[in-house]
Structures are given as structure tokens and as C-alpha cells.
Design a protein around this ligand. Sequence first.
Ligand code: HEC
Ligand code: HEC
Length: 190
Amino acid sequence: MQCKAMISSMLIVSAAMFGTSGAALGDDHKFNFFRQMFGGGKPPGVAPVNNPVYMEECGSCHFPYQPGLLPARSWKKVMAQLEEHFGENAELPSEDAKTLTDYLLKNAADDANFKRSKKIMRTLYPDDTPLRTSETPYLMKKHRQLSPKMVQNNPDVVSISRCKACHKKAETGSFSEREILIPGFGAWED
Ligand code: HEC
Ligand code: HEC
């Protein structure tokens, strides 16, 4: 009898402890997750790529554009026409294509909880399906002060699609102004 009461009171106490420490752990966990992932600083503008197959297959010809830079409907379209991909054949074995499509759709801008992804989505019409991250209204507006001298006629840039030519930390998902260096022109002063 006494033993039973003790056990049940222990259960109540441990449940209470578990409850509170569980909640506290939840917050700590989130904090540590961001700290570990982003080295103590703010989370970046878009989630960094964390899929090695994507890094390899979609980062061999150009900067591996983060999934959070385009809506799912755009990625679907890009992945459905890889054999005619911006003038190149980027076809993949169907298994890889499926894996990468899944990865892109799961991490697309639509539901991403990152600042730039949200802005990209907010400025896009519902039936707008850009094939280029650089042709989303948000990025077109951000880049509108760049001159042809800085991009097309700049031998170290050539295309606005070469994000890394100017955004020195693009691979980490960060595109902040402080990290912009335009080859031949230097730091960006707005
Ligand atoms: C064989 C080379 C090659 C491979 C492999 C390749 N691409 Fe591309 N991709 C290109 C070229 C060329 C362009 C046009 C670049 C330019 O205009 O400067 C391009 C452009 C793009 C763009 C538009 C650029 C922008 O401004 O946003 C996206 C998005 C893109 N590729 C996604 C992918 C994805 C996803 C994969 C992997 C499934 C992939 N690419 C693999 C050659 C390739
Ligand atoms: C020729 C250099 C150059 C290239 C190439 C370039 N950018 Fe930019 N980007 C800039 C400049 C300059 C700004 C403007 C910063 C400002 O004044 O807000 C900017 C702004 C941005 C911003 C907003 C940052 C902010 O703090 O407001 C994002 C996001 C961005 N670029 C993403 C990209 C992506 C993705 C690509 C590749 C598809 C790309 N950029 C290619 C120069 C470049």
C-alpha cells in the first residue's frame, strides 16, 4: 500500500520534472540548432544546401542554387526539362532526378522559414513560375542598380546567375550587403 503510493507520487514528481525540463529543452534545442548550424550568428537568408548529391550534380556547372530561392512549381519545371537546360544537357539518371526533385520540393521557398525565401514568395504572383532565381521579382529589384559593366561586360562575372562572383558567402545561404564584392569594383556601397 505504502509502496504503491510512493511509486505513484514518484511518477507524478518525475512527470512534472519531465514536463518542465522537456519544455526548457525544446527552446534550448532550437537555440543550439541555430548556433551549431550558423556558427553563433543570425540564421542566413536561405537555408544552406545540405544534400551532397545536389551539391555534386547541381553544383558542377554553376553555383548550387539553394532550394529556398524558388517556389516548388519552378523547381518542378526545371527538373522536368533537364535535357534542355539553359542551352545544355543536364539530364540525370531517373533515380537521381527523383531524389533531387524530392529534395528541391521539400525545401522550396513556399514554406521555408527563412527571410529571403519569404520575400521571394511574397513578391511572386501565384501563377508566376520563373525558371531562374535571378528572375524572381525580388531579386530583379535587388539587382536593378547593377550596370552591364558590372555584370555582362565584366569578364569575372558575365552572368547575374553567377551568384558567388559577388556574394562571397553565397554558399552558406547568406547574401547580406556586407558580404558583396563586385570583381573590379569592390565592396557594394548602397
Ligand atoms: C551541364 C551543366 C549543368 C548542370 C549539370 C546543371 N546546370 Fe543548371 N544551368 C546550366 C547553365 C549553362 C545555366 C545558365 C547559366 C547562366 O545563364 O549564366 C544554368 C542555369 C540554372 C538555373 C537558373 C540560374 C538562375 O539565375 O537562377 C537554375 C535554377 C539551375 N541551373 C538549376 C540546376 C539544377 C537544379 C541542376 C541539377 C539538377 C542543374 N542546374 C545542373 C548548366 C547546368
Ligand atoms: C554582379 C554582382 C552580383 C551577382 C552576380 C549577384 N548579385 Fe545578388 N546582389 C548584388 C548587389 C550589388 C546587391 C544589392 C545589395 C543592396 O543594395 O541591397 C545584391 C542583392 C542580393 C540579395 C538581397 C541582399 C540584401 O541584403 O538585401 C540577394 C538575396 C541576392 N542578391 C541574391 C543573389 C543570387 C541568388 C544571385 C545568383 C542567382 C545573385 N545575387 C547574383 C550583386 C550581385
